[in-house]
Design a protein around this ligand. Structure first.
Ligand code: NDP
Length: 297
C-alpha cells in the first residue's frame, strides 16, 4: 500500500511520519520539490502531477494555511491552500479510487453557546481561516471520493510552535501574563491525532462505510487561561526558573486580533469514539507528556 503524506513537517505531519510508517510505503513531502515530486499546495499543477506520478492508495493531507490572523489579509492564498488544493486532492483521489484523509477545525462553527458541537451542527465561520477550511471540507464531501475528515482544535506538539510553548517563553521574562478566559476548547496533541489517523485508516480499509466527517479532540475542556495556568504550574512544580507571578484572566474583547475567534470551541467526539471503538484521554494527560518532553523532566 502506498501512502502520500503532504505537510510532513507541520505539527500533525511530523507525528504522522511516525504513525503511518508501519502501514505501508510512505512518501512524505513538504512544499519543496524532491525527486521531481512537489507537495506545494499553492502550486496546483505541480500537485496534480505529483499525485498522478505517485498513484497513492491513500493521500493524507496535513498541510494547511494555518496563520489565522494573517488569513484575514492573505485571503486568496488561504483559499488556494485550504480550499482549492483540497478540491484538487479530492478530485485526484476520486479518479484513482484512493482515500483522502484531511484535517479541519472547530473554527467552522460560530462559537455560540456552550454545548459541544456535533458533526451535524450548522457551520458558520467567524473568520477567513474558518471560511477557507470549510470550503476545503465541502469540496471533499462533494467530490465523491472516499474520505475521512477530522475536525480538531487547539493543536500542540513537542515539535513546532504552539500556545503552550509561547506561554512558557513569556513566563520566563514577564511577571504578569494576561490570558483569555472566555474561549473554551480542548488542547489536542498532534501525536493523538496521528495515532487516531493510523488506527482509523486500518479500520476503513476493512469497513469503507466508516468514511465521513469526525470530531477528534482530547477529552475534557478548559479555557486558554486554565490551559496557561496548567502549563506554567507544571513548569514551576518541576523547577523551571520562571519570572511570572500572576496569570490574569481577561476577556476576548480585551485582546483585539485581526481575526475573530469563536468562544465555544468544544467538539463532541462521540461519533468517532463509537464508530472506531476509541478511547480519548483527557487533555491534561497529553499536555503533561508534551511538557515532560520539551522541558526534559
Ligand atoms: P502547522 O501549522 O503546524 O503545519 C501546517 C503545515 O502546512 C506546515 O508544515 C506548513 O509548511 C504547511 N504548509 C503551509 N502552506 C503550504 C503550502 N502552500 N504547501 C505545502 N505545505 C504548506 O499545522 P498543524 O499541524 O497544527 O495543523 C494540521 C491540520 O490541523 C491543519 O489542517 C489545520 O488546519 C488543522 N487544525 C489545526 C489547529 C491548530 O491549533 N494548529 C486547530 C484546528 C485544526 P511551512 O512550515 O513550510 O509553512
Amino acid at each position: 500500500m502506498k501512502i502520500l503524506l503532504l505537510g510532513k513537517n507541520g505539527q500533525v505531519g511530523w507525528e504522522l511520519q511516525r504513525s503511518l510508517a508501519p502501514l505501508g510505503e510512505l512518501i512524505a513531502l513538504d512544499r519543496n520539490k524532491v525527486d521531481g515530486l512537489c507537495g506545494d499546495l499553492s502550486d496546483l499543477g505541480a500537485l496534480r502531477a505529483t499525485i498522478q506520478q505517485v498513484k497513492p492508495d491513500i493521500i493524507v493531507n496535513a498541510a494547511a494555511y494555518t496563520a489565522v490572523d494573517k488569513a484575514e489579509s492573505e485571503t486568496e492564498l488561504a483559499d488556494l491552500v485550504n480550499g482549492r488544493a483540497s478540491q484538487l486532492l479530492a478530485d485526484e483521489a476520486a479518479i484513482l479510487g484512493a482515500w483522502l484523509i484531511h484535517y479541519s477545525t472547530d473554527y467552522v462553527f460560530s462559537g455560540q453557546g456552550d454545548t459541544p458541537w456535533q458533526e451535524t451542527d450548522e457551520v458558520s465561520p467567524v473568520n477567513h481561516y474558518g471560511t477557507s477550511k470549510l470550503a476545503g471540507e465541502q469540496a471533499i464531501i462533494a467530490s465523491g471520493c472516499k474520505y475521512l475528515i477530522f475536525r480538531t482544535s487547539w493543536v500542540y506538539g513537542a515539535r513546532g510552535n504552539n500556545f503552550a510553548k509561547t506561554m512558557l517563553r513569556l513566563a520566563k521574562d514577564r511577571e504578569t501574563l494576561n490570558v483569555i478566559a472566555d474561549q473554551v476548547g480542548a488542547p489536542t496533541g498532534a501525536d493523538l491525532i496521528a495515532d487516531v489517523t493510523a488506527l482509523a485508516i486500518q479500520q476503513i480499509l476493512q469497513r469503507p462505510e466508516l468514511a465521513g466527517l469526525y470530531h477528534l479532540t482530547a477529552s475534557g475542556e478548559v479555557s486558554w487561561h486554565g490551559y496557561a495556568s496548567y502549563v506554567i504550574g507544571f513548569a514551576q512544580a518541576n523547577g523551571e526558573p520562571l519570572a511570572v507571578r500572576a496569570i490574569n484572566p481577561i476577556e476576548t474583547s480585551d485582546y483585539p486580533t485581526p481575526a475573530r475567534r469563536p468562544l465555544n470551541s468544544r467538539l463532541n467526539t462521540q461519533k468517532l469514539r463509537d464508530n472506531f471503538s476509541l478511547h480519548l484521554l483527557d487533555w491534561q494527560t497529553g499536555v503533561t507528556r508534551m511538557l515532560r518532553e520539551v522541558l526534559n523532566k
